[in-house]
Design a protein around this ligand. Structure first.
Ligand code: AKG
Length: 146
Protein backbone atom coordinates (compact mmCIF):
# COMPACT_ATOMS: atom_id res chain seq x y z
CA UNK A 1 0.00 0.00 0.00
CA UNK A 2 1.22 3.52 -0.74
CA UNK A 3 2.11 5.62 2.28
CA UNK A 4 -0.80 7.98 2.85
CA UNK A 5 -0.71 10.60 5.56
CA UNK A 6 -2.60 13.82 5.95
CA UNK A 7 -0.25 16.57 4.92
CA UNK A 8 -0.88 20.21 5.59
CA UNK A 9 -1.34 22.47 2.63
CA UNK A 10 0.42 25.86 2.79
CA UNK A 11 -1.48 28.57 4.76
CA UNK A 12 -2.31 30.61 1.68
CA UNK A 13 -4.39 27.80 0.15
CA UNK A 14 -8.11 28.31 0.93
CA UNK A 15 -9.61 25.48 2.95
CA UNK A 16 -11.82 23.04 1.08
CA UNK A 17 -12.96 19.40 1.26
CA UNK A 18 -11.83 18.78 -2.33
CA UNK A 19 -9.27 20.26 -4.68
CA UNK A 20 -8.67 20.13 -8.39
CA UNK A 21 -5.10 19.56 -9.46
CA UNK A 22 -4.68 20.88 -12.99
CA UNK A 23 -1.31 20.01 -14.48
CA UNK A 24 -0.02 21.25 -17.85
CA UNK A 25 2.61 18.71 -18.80
CA UNK A 26 4.76 17.40 -21.63
CA UNK A 27 2.69 14.97 -23.73
CA UNK A 28 5.36 12.28 -23.76
CA UNK A 29 5.52 12.21 -19.94
CA UNK A 30 1.78 11.51 -19.60
CA UNK A 31 1.91 7.68 -19.74
CA UNK A 32 4.55 7.73 -16.99
CA UNK A 33 2.51 10.15 -14.83
CA UNK A 34 -0.83 8.39 -15.29
CA UNK A 35 0.51 4.89 -14.63
CA UNK A 36 2.15 6.14 -11.41
CA UNK A 37 -1.15 7.72 -10.32
CA UNK A 38 -3.06 4.54 -11.15
CA UNK A 39 -0.52 2.49 -9.19
CA UNK A 40 -1.00 4.70 -6.12
CA UNK A 41 -4.77 4.20 -6.25
CA UNK A 42 -5.89 7.38 -7.98
CA UNK A 43 -9.04 6.77 -10.02
CA UNK A 44 -10.53 9.56 -12.05
CA UNK A 45 -8.19 11.50 -14.28
CA UNK A 46 -9.19 13.71 -17.22
CA UNK A 47 -6.71 14.61 -19.94
CA UNK A 48 -7.03 17.09 -22.81
CA UNK A 49 -4.70 18.00 -25.65
CA UNK A 50 -3.88 21.68 -25.27
CA UNK A 51 -1.56 24.29 -26.72
CA UNK A 52 -0.07 27.27 -24.98
CA UNK A 53 2.98 29.16 -23.88
CA UNK A 54 4.57 30.20 -20.62
CA UNK A 55 7.33 32.55 -19.54
CA UNK A 56 9.48 31.66 -22.56
CA UNK A 57 6.72 32.77 -24.95
CA UNK A 58 6.70 29.28 -26.39
CA UNK A 59 9.92 29.98 -28.27
CA UNK A 60 12.82 28.43 -26.34
CA UNK A 61 14.19 24.91 -25.97
CA UNK A 62 12.71 23.26 -29.00
CA UNK A 63 13.64 19.67 -28.17
CA UNK A 64 13.84 18.91 -31.85
CA UNK A 65 10.66 20.87 -32.51
CA UNK A 66 8.47 17.93 -31.64
CA UNK A 67 6.50 19.78 -28.97
CA UNK A 68 5.69 22.74 -31.22
CA UNK A 69 2.47 23.15 -33.14
CA UNK A 70 2.19 25.00 -36.46
CA UNK A 71 1.19 28.28 -34.81
CA UNK A 72 4.23 28.24 -32.44
CA UNK A 73 2.23 27.43 -29.35
CA UNK A 74 3.71 24.51 -27.49
CA UNK A 75 1.77 21.26 -27.50
CA UNK A 76 0.98 20.08 -23.95
CA UNK A 77 -1.45 17.82 -22.18
CA UNK A 78 -3.70 19.16 -19.42
CA UNK A 79 -4.36 16.59 -16.73
CA UNK A 80 -7.16 17.25 -14.23
CA UNK A 81 -7.66 15.29 -11.04
CA UNK A 82 -10.08 16.03 -8.19
CA UNK A 83 -9.00 14.63 -4.83
CA UNK A 84 -9.78 14.96 -1.14
CA UNK A 85 -7.75 17.48 0.85
CA UNK A 86 -5.55 14.85 2.50
CA UNK A 87 -4.53 13.42 -0.88
CA UNK A 88 -3.40 16.67 -2.48
CA UNK A 89 0.26 16.73 -1.41
CA UNK A 90 0.79 13.04 -2.20
CA UNK A 91 -0.59 13.47 -5.71
CA UNK A 92 1.37 16.70 -6.28
CA UNK A 93 4.61 14.96 -5.24
CA UNK A 94 3.92 12.06 -7.58
CA UNK A 95 3.24 14.36 -10.53
CA UNK A 96 6.40 16.39 -9.86
CA UNK A 97 8.46 13.22 -9.58
CA UNK A 98 7.13 11.61 -12.78
CA UNK A 99 6.67 14.67 -15.02
CA UNK A 100 9.94 16.48 -14.36
CA UNK A 101 12.87 16.45 -16.77
CA UNK A 102 14.54 19.54 -15.25
CA UNK A 103 14.44 21.35 -18.60
CA UNK A 104 12.46 24.45 -19.57
CA UNK A 105 8.98 23.39 -20.70
CA UNK A 106 8.24 20.83 -17.97
CA UNK A 107 4.98 22.70 -17.37
CA UNK A 108 3.00 24.00 -14.42
CA UNK A 109 0.46 22.80 -11.88
CA UNK A 110 -2.52 24.77 -10.61
CA UNK A 111 -4.38 23.89 -7.43
CA UNK A 112 -7.93 25.05 -6.82
CA UNK A 113 -10.61 24.39 -4.24
CA UNK A 114 -13.63 22.43 -5.46
CA UNK A 115 -16.98 23.10 -3.72
CA UNK A 116 -18.73 19.86 -4.53
CA UNK A 117 -18.55 16.68 -6.61
CA UNK A 118 -21.72 15.15 -8.08
CA UNK A 119 -21.90 11.71 -9.68
CA UNK A 120 -24.24 11.94 -12.68
CA UNK A 121 -25.43 8.31 -12.53
CA UNK A 122 -26.68 8.46 -8.93
CA UNK A 123 -26.84 12.10 -7.96
CA UNK A 124 -24.52 11.34 -5.04
CA UNK A 125 -22.58 14.32 -3.75
CA UNK A 126 -19.35 15.13 -1.93
CA UNK A 127 -17.36 12.13 -0.55
CA UNK A 128 -19.78 9.57 -1.98
CA UNK A 129 -19.36 11.05 -5.44
CA UNK A 130 -15.61 11.66 -5.27
CA UNK A 131 -14.74 8.22 -4.01
CA UNK A 132 -14.14 5.45 -6.52
CA UNK A 133 -14.29 1.82 -5.40
CA UNK A 134 -10.77 0.45 -5.04
CA UNK A 135 -9.27 3.91 -5.32
CA UNK A 136 -7.08 5.92 -2.99
CA UNK A 137 -10.08 6.73 -0.77
CA UNK A 138 -10.47 3.03 -0.02
CA UNK A 139 -6.76 2.58 0.65
CA UNK A 140 -6.66 5.53 3.04
CA UNK A 141 -9.77 4.42 4.93
CA UNK A 142 -8.20 0.96 5.33
CA UNK A 143 -5.08 2.60 6.73
CA UNK A 144 -6.90 4.83 9.22
CA UNK A 145 -8.65 1.74 10.65
CA UNK A 146 -5.27 0.15 11.45
C1 AKG B 1 7.27 28.61 -22.44
O1 AKG B 1 6.65 29.13 -23.36
O2 AKG B 1 7.24 29.05 -21.28
C2 AKG B 1 8.09 27.41 -22.66
O3 AKG B 1 8.59 26.85 -21.71
C3 AKG B 1 8.31 26.92 -24.03
C4 AKG B 1 9.09 25.64 -24.08
C5 AKG B 1 8.28 24.39 -23.86
O4 AKG B 1 7.24 24.43 -23.22
O5 AKG B 1 8.72 23.33 -24.28
Amino acid sequence: LPKIKAQNLPDYVPDSKFYKIEAILRPWRIPHVSSALLKMGIRGVTVSDVKGFGAQGGTKERHGGSEFSEDNFVVKVKMEIVVKKDQVETVLDKILETARTGEIGDGKIFLMPVSDVIRVRTGERAEKAERMAGGLGDLSSVRTKE
